[in-house]
Design a protein around this ligand. Structure first.
Ligand code: GDP
Length: 364
């Protein structure tokens, strides 16, 4: 599955946020086995109003949302790239995630110590990013001598790798993350093999005080501006409120949200943004037994999408009966869509679109 890491300096509200995510997941898991694999890994349902709508039309007995994994990665302190704190372990965990959410402290509270002495989310973002850039820089510099040796032996891939590396090094030395490098489509696979921490997409999560949950505050506005310039995502959230919301039942939650001036829990926005960041899309399978959402990357073809359900579906793939979400809803379900000629038979080259309602035909 796809993983989004939660990182940040100590005492910024990471655990509070992560616990809210997993608690609210557990609360909603009535018809889905919720299990925590490791204490710091949480598999959370992706809220999607379209799934509810589809299940209503098809009178499905149950709905099963798709899920996204969040990993609470503790141990980031200044000097992590040099092994300070949980340095090496911390970096190893970051290597394993597909995207990174930086939790930034945007709340004042004299009772909660700030490791850097004062609330300054942009300085904190810079501290985190600097550690990751230093780690990247070091790992690239370490590779140079080996690559040079290979090139003397006429190794073509080594030559390409070194050329790419020599473009990345000045960027990192200049204090810029690898995700800002201009990488062509042909270079992309090689770029990925470099495994750079700062090449992963980033989402800034502004943890604001309760009073600013709906509006944000000056700290979070500064982060939003910064994120926009970087082409990164940004979510304003109050971890404290989220942890309270996670303990309420649906009715109570609704009235508390209204009281706060929020249309939905901040966690939902965090999950959506994480999904967007990872360039994921959702397709649906809908029937009387269940309506279910599935996750694939943008640009996935029908057989590989089928493989997410079961490897046999991919191996024996024949075709995908496909109805666009809007057609399914607008025409009152599968038979209406079929009668209107909106049920398409798509083959193995079909690129699945977000919202497609699919029924796979396969041979065993
Ligand atoms: P972590 O070290 O980043 O995982 O931070 P924690 O989630 O353990 O939070 C550190 C402290 O800050 C705890 O005492 C939390 O109760 C407190 N805290 C977290 N979020 C907020 C918040 O939004 N407002 C206030 N006032 N305190 C918070």
């Amino acid at each position: 599955g796809f993983k989004c890491g939660i990182v940040g300096l100590p005492n910024v509200g990471k655990s509070t946020l992560f616990n809210a995510l997993t608690e609210s997941a557990a609360a909603q898991a009535a018809n889905y086995p919720f299990c925590t694999i490791e204490p710091n890994v949480g598999d959370v349902p992706v809220p999607d109003p379209r799934l509810v709508k589809l299940a209503g039309i098809a009178k499905s007995a149950q709905t099963i949302p798709t899920r996204l994994t969040f990993v609470d990665i503790a141990g980031l302190v200044r000097g992590a790239s040099k092994g300070e704190g949980l340095g090496n372990q911390f970096l190893a965990h970051i290597r394993e995630v597909d995207a990174i959410a930086y939790v930034l402290r945007c709340f004042e509270d004299p009772d909660v110590i700030h490791v850097e002495g004062k609330v300054d989310p942009l300085a904190d973002a810079d501290t985190i990013e600097t550690e990751l850039m230093l780690a990247d820089l070091e790992s690239l510099e370490r590779r140079v001598p080996t690559l040079e040796k290979k090139i003397r032996g006429q190794d073509k891939e080594a030559k390409q790798t070194l050329a790419l590396l020599e473009r990345m090094l000045p960027l990192l030395r200049d204090g810029k993350p690898a995700r800002l490098a201009e990488i062509s489509d042909e270079e992309r696979p090689l770029f990925r093999t470099l495994g750079l921490l700062t090449s992963k997409p980033v989402l800034y999560v502004c943890n604001v005080d309760e009073a600013s949950a709906a509006t944000g505050n000056d700290y979070s506005r500064a982060v939003e501006e910064y994120a926009a310039k970087q082409g990164a995502g940004c979510v304003v959230i109050s971890a404290k409120i989220e942890s309270e919301l996670a303990e309420l039942d649906a009715e109570e939650r609704k009235s508390y949200l209204a009281e706060l001036g929020l249309s939905e829990p901040g966690l939902n926005r965090l999950i959506y943004e994480g999904y967007k960041l990872l360039e994921l899309i959702t397709y649906f399978t809908v029937g009387p037994k269940e309506a279910r959402a599935w996750t694939v990357s943008q640009g996935t073809r029908a057989p590989q999408a089928a493989g997410v359900i079961h490897t046999d579906f991919e191996k024996g793939f024949i075709r995908a009966e496909t109805i666009a979400y809007d057609d399914y809803v607008g025409l009152g379900g599968e038979s209406g869509a079929r009668d209107a000629g909106k049920l398409r038979l798509e083959g193995k080259d079909y690129l699945v679109k977000d919202g497609d309602v699919l029924h796979f035909r396969f041979a065993t």
